[in-house]
Design a protein around this ligand. Structure first.
Ligand SMILES: [Ca+2]
Ligand SMILES: [Ca+2]
Ligand SMILES: [Ca+2]
Ligand SMILES: [Ca+2]
Length: 454
């Protein structure tokens, strides 16, 4: 049990499953299907964006965009919401801080985990059943959980455990132990402390092997001190003393966003976030390399948006207002001026707290999902908030579609929510109309393949 994450790393198939459907590396690999391009395009607004060296934004009609679209087809969506009784309302409070999607009960279908900081129960999961979702409690207490979180097999017993950090009211990063394989995940899970000394908010967590040890670590933005923390289990992971801390970077106030990718191509995965990337140098040392200082409070994603070469990075301000940009590296990634930025929208994004790279239309080309929040406090600040998908062609061209207007997206995940093999959108608001959860099921265009065993 003390062999942190070792089982996960020994079982290649499970690791692949987590990579493919989890969000440690949500853009790890595009699918290679080649569906029929003769499709309808739903009601989305299409805009053709061409980025060749210098970012150029051209708004054209839907018809022209259709003809020029590199991907050739886009899914239609079926919107389900707890507001309509399609899903159970998750927690009972008004501050829904975190959302994860993972297969909690190992039945092959992804389930939804929601954390909430204003009321008990702090953490619940919605089990995906044959045709819907059923709510169960993970933590029946109250906990000041902040936005972020990740999952993985922390104790090496073959099931997925979840990790969340505390808001400024606390000083913790915790993990919750999945009762499987001997217990029932429908009964409350034990909560364990990873750290209880770092007073202040922990915003965003990421699991991965960034030290090259063959075991995964947990990375967390310790916003209370403007530091990036890395925790590794050196002893019993059920005890705080079983975890040791490496401080990856300091002096990064309000930094957020975490993603992983091999930025410099040396075979070792790097950490990306806070407008920067972090390269492991050995021992307890990391180097910090700046991509764009304006994205310090930005969400981050890494993926092969332009096929081949170095991976690309996408960033947008999660808690604030700023541009959604993707970055390609034309030279040495340790040199900031080697990073070339492309503005995807040409206008500011407001609280773009949801960002993900995934091949949403299954054409082999990674796409970008980004969505805004509607409300931060008592009144909606952005009643016309948007959710977009930018369909890529692996050459740096993107076709913009709008998925929703006026719905609060926070910590959204693009993942197969109903087990049909198509990537869906699972989202919740932070405070807007809470408690609430929404799912957009990918209906696929005609000819878009589904899993054969559906
Ligand atoms: Ca399941
Ligand atoms: Ca486990
Ligand atoms: Ca695609
Ligand atoms: Ca699906």
């Amino acid at each position: 049990m003390n062999d942190f994450f070792s089982t996960l790393n020994r079982i290649g198939e499970r690791w692949f499953w987590v990579l493919r459907f989890g969000f440690w590396v949500p853009s790890a690999e595009p699918k290679t299907q080649n569906p029929n391009p003769k499709t309808n395009f739903g009601n989305a607004v299409h805009t053709w964006i061409r980025c060749c060296g210098v970012s150029v934004l051209c708004a054209v009609t839907s018809t022209i965009a259709h003809a020029a679209a590199p991907a050739g087809h886009f899914p239609t969506w079926k919107h389900l919401s707890s507001a309509n009784g399609d899903l159970p309302k998750p927690n009972g409070g008004k501050n829904q801080t975190s959302l994860l999607v993972l297969d909690v009960d190992r039945d092959g279908l992804n389930d939804i985990v929601v954390a909430e900081r204003s009321a008990a129960p702090a953490v619940v999961w919605l089990r995906r059943d044959r045709s819907g979702w059923t709510r169960h409690v993970i933590d029946d207490g109250k906990a000041p959980i902040a936005a972020g979180g990740t999952f993985g097999d922390v104790d090496g017993d073959g099931d997925l455990d979840v990790v969340f950090g505390s808001s400024g009211a606390g000083s913790n990063v915790w993990w919750w132990e999945n009762p499987l394989p001997r217990g029932d995940p429908k009964t409350p899970w034990a909560r364990h402390v990873i750290t209880n000394t770092q007073k202040g908010q922990h915003h965003d967590q990421l699991a991965g092997d960034f030290l090259g040890t063959g075991r995964n670590q947990v990375v967390s933005w310790f916003q209370g001190a403007g530091e990036l923390s890395l925790f590794t289990a050196s002893g019993n992971p059920r005890e705080a003393t079983g975890w040791s801390l490496i401080t990856v970077a300091t002096g990064l106030k309000r930094a957020e966003g975490l993603a992983a990718g091999d930025i410099d191509g040396d075979g070792q995965r790097d950490i990306v976030g806070g407008g920067r990337w972090f390269k492991y140098l050995g021992g307890s040392k990391f180097a910090t390399h700046l991509i764009d200082d304006a994205q310090t409070p930005g969400r981050a994603e890494v993926g092969d948006l332009v096929k081949g070469g170095r991976p690309e990075v996408v960033m947008v301000i999660g808690d604030g207002i700023g541009r959604l940009k993707w970055y390609e590296c034309a030279g040495d990634p340790m040199q900031t001026d080697a990073w070339r930025a492309h503005d995807l929208l040409g206008i500011d994004v407001r609280q773009g707290h949801s960002l993900q790279i995934a091949d949403i239309n299954a054409d082999g080309h990674p796409d970008i999902f980004c969505a805004e929040m509607t409300q931060l406090a008592n009144a909606p600040a952005n009643p016309q908030s948007k959710a977009w998908i930018f369909y890529g062609d692996s050459q740096g061209n993107f076709t913009k579609t709008e998925i929703a207007t006026g719905i609060d997206f926070h910590e959204t995940k693009v993942v197969d929510a109903d087990g049909d093999g198509r990537l869906d959108i699972v989202s919740k608001p932070f405070v807007w109309e809470t408690p609430r959860i929404d799912v957009w099921l990918n209906q696929g265009p005609t000819g878009m393949p589904k899993k054969s065993n559906e």
